[in-house]
Each structure stands twice: as structure tokens, then as C-alpha cells.
Design a protein around this ligand. Sequence first.
Ligand code: 4AD
Ligand code: MG
Length: 482
Amino acid sequence: MTDRNATDVTTDVRTHASPAPAAAGVPAGPEPSSPLPYMAQNGSPVATIATLGQFEGQSVRLRGWLYNLRESGKLVFPIFRDGTGTVQGVAHVKGIPAEVFNTLKGLTQESSVIVTGKVRADQRAPGGYELDVEDVEVIQRVPESDPYPISLKDHGVDFLMEHRHLWVRSPRQSAILRIRAEIMRAAAEYFDQNGFIRTDPPILTPAACEGTSTLFPVDYFGDPAFLTQSGQLYIESTALALGKVYSFGPTFRAEKSKTRRHLTEFWMIEPEVAYCDLDGLLALAENFLSHIVQSVLKNRSPELAVIGRDRAKLEAILPPFPRLRYDDAVEMLNQAHKDGHLEQKFEYGNDFGSPDETWLSSQFDRPVMVNRYPADVKAFYMEPDPIDPRLALCVDVLAPEGYGEIIGGSQRVSSYELLSARIEQHKLPRQAFEWYLDLRRYGSVPHSGFGMGIERAVAWICGLDHVRETIPFARTLHRIYP
Ligand code: 4AD
Ligand code: MG
């Protein structure tokens, strides 16, 4: 047992073996099947907690941190975490050298350690295995005088958000971030496997896409510019070049709303398809969402267990999804008001408020696709319904269990004259939209697309109360630290 610093660990890894060559694609699935060929000096292979099952009966080295420690007389039970999971170690005073036992006994929470131990199957253990500890190397010991600030007792959310840089280490928060990564991977995979080309739009833009009231201004060498609210306008251009495209990146809204659904910086994935109408878009949305949810079920099972998510609710997410016209949704809301389920009476012609969306989405066991809202409450670029031009050919997909809108999309105005008039009506700066009008001057076609906010999707799939836990560092009305 030795005390070493982190630099030595890096050296150790490099001198013993070079990492496996990177595979062409990101591996699908929970963990690469083997963390080898890293070998420790004493011959024990370096394992990760998620892959312990491959090493049953063998000694392995785990590189991680002390999550918690229980002591009971002659026994200590350190719980280790390494980013892939947690595992309980067991050490008996008589089973290991006295100095190893004493090091373990006084170990402080979140000290970094490389622990050697024998993997033993145990049905009662959450991951199915325990570690009979043989040796421990302390890489950095957290001093008693300045202990890790997040203890295992309950802290308020404000305290945890203030310590978000450490809070992400908790098993629950790590599990959520792993599920988030899988949602992003599966979302991109769906488009990659279905003939879409990724074309990312600029983040610095000269004009609004989703209304001028939520723009973040930037000084662009003396000229005004804004952080993008959506890549849509730009991917309409690349869709007319490439047919089926998508973009995936950060988007910004200077939202003054302080709700559990709003961030000022969030990630959006947006497909855009030439020669696609609203019906085609609805089919795309339901297949896309099902693929994501089924991928999470398949590849992030242990993480769903850590956060206690009800799998049955997710297993139901298969096509077809219900389609509901705005008019019919309004009738449901009126009925709910009559029956005393909703406080406020809904006024026909408005956009839905949070309580309305919550009610509507809790009436279905899969996402409901609300379509054909009044054009007046929706964006300038939406194509009117030819059967009733007061309505827009648009859709909001509301996630079940009361989660509300996770996707917004529409068929786009394809006529030059109409788009030009809309830009005027909405008092948008025409010059900034000349290039966008070009898309209707030269080979305009019916085309459609949508945007899904990753954090809303993560909140729903993980069953979380608030979007602040769905992103590594949330940006909200009152928070830009850490
Ligand atoms: O409905 P939105 O505003 O639609 C658009 O931006 C379209 N231009 C997208 C398109 O058609 N390509 O936003 C799309 C989605 C919402 O359904 C929601 O999931 C998410 O983006 N979103 C937010 N997520 C977190 N915080 C906010 N402030 C959000 N605003 C929108
Ligand atoms: Mg919307």
C-alpha cells in the first residue's frame, strides 16, 4: 500500500499498455465489454464496476472514489464508486494487513482510491457483486478539516445546485447523466440510420426564429447579433440542398419564466425534410420518440433502476401515438373544467398553459400529438391548413404522465407571397430574412420539421420533477453558477 499522486497513475497506465484502438462508431450499449488491456503492476486487471461480472472469482483493481463507509467492529464496508456504478467492499481485520485495514477504517468520503479486491457474486448486492478488499492505494485523501460538503443526509435543492460541480458525483445524478447521454446518442442514431444528414446551423445569428421577446443579444463587433433560439431556418436551407437533414446543438431563450420546464440554455435536435407534409412529420415524430425510449430501456437498465423509474410506463411508448386536433383538445379541457379537474376555464384561441398541457398529457399512456392550433398563437413560418386557413399545420407532442410539450414542429409556409406578408405582419426585419425568402423564390417545396428539447425529454424519460437535473450545468433565470 502506497500513497501516490494522480500523475503517477497516468504514467502507470501509459507504460503498461496502450488503449484499445477506438472503434469506428460509438459503442451502443451500457459499457464497452472490456476495459482491458490496462494491467496493474501486481497483475490484477483494472476493471470497472459495471463490468465486474466478467471477473467473478478474480482479483481486480478499481479506480474510483470512496462513496460511503460503514464500520462494525472487526469489519469495514467501504462503498466505492467509479462513474460506472457503486460496489460494496468488505474487509475483515484478520483478512488483510493491519495498515490496509487502518487506512480503510479512517477513510473520508470522496477520497480518491485505487482498490484491489476479489470479485464475489452476491445476490443481495444491488449490482450483483461485492468486493473482498485486499489492498488500497489512496490517491488523494480528503482531510477531516475540510470534509466533502455533500453528506449523505438530505440537502436542499439550492445547496445542491450551488454545489452542482460535486453533486454530479451522486449515484442518482450520475445515472441521470448517463441516461441523458443515451437519449442524445439514440436520437442522433435514429436520424443517421434513416438517411438524414447532420448539418449544424450557426449559433450566432442576425435575427429571431421563435419570437423577439426571448432573444439573447450579443455585441458582434459593434453590430447587434443574437444567440440562436433554434436552427430551423438554416436547416430549411440545407433540407432543400440535401433532402433530409438534422441539426443538434445548444439553443438559447431569454425566458423570464421560472417553471420546472424552462431553461435559458438547452439542447435541441431538429430534423427538417423536403417534400414532407404534416402527416409525414407525425409519423417521423412517433418513430423517433419510440426509438429513443426503447434504446434507453435496452441500454440503460441499471441506471433506470438507480433512479427508481417505472419501466412499464416506458415500455408502452410504441407507435401509433394518439393524434388530437386542437379543437378536440379544447373540448377535453372544457370538460375537465366542468368536472372540477382544472381551475381555469380555457379560452378557445389561446395557446395551452402548463396546467392545460399537464392535464391533457396525463390522459394518455403515450405521447399525444396535438395538431392544428390557431395560426395566431403560433410562429410566423407555419403553413396554414388549406381546409381552414385560421389553423396552422403544426404539432406539439405532449409527453405522458403530465410532462407536457417535448416536441414542437410544423409544415412550413412554402409560398413566397404568404411568407413575405407574414414577415411584415410579425414586424420582423425584412432584410435579415431575405436569404430565407430565397428558399421560396428558388424551387420552393412543401417541407416540414420539428425540434425536440433534450432536457424536456430527459425529465420525462427519467420521471423527474424539474429540468434542472437533466443537464450537467443548468442555466436558468436566477442561476449561472457554477
Ligand atoms: O416549440 P419550440 O419553440 O419550436 C422551435 O423552436 C421550432 N423552431 C423547432 C422546429 O420546428 N425545428 O421548441 C422546440 C422544443 C420544445 O418542444 C421544448 O422541448 C424545447 O424545444 N424548449 C425548451 N426546453 C427547455 N427550456 C426552454 N426554455 C425551451 N423552449 C423550448
Ligand atoms: Mg413550442
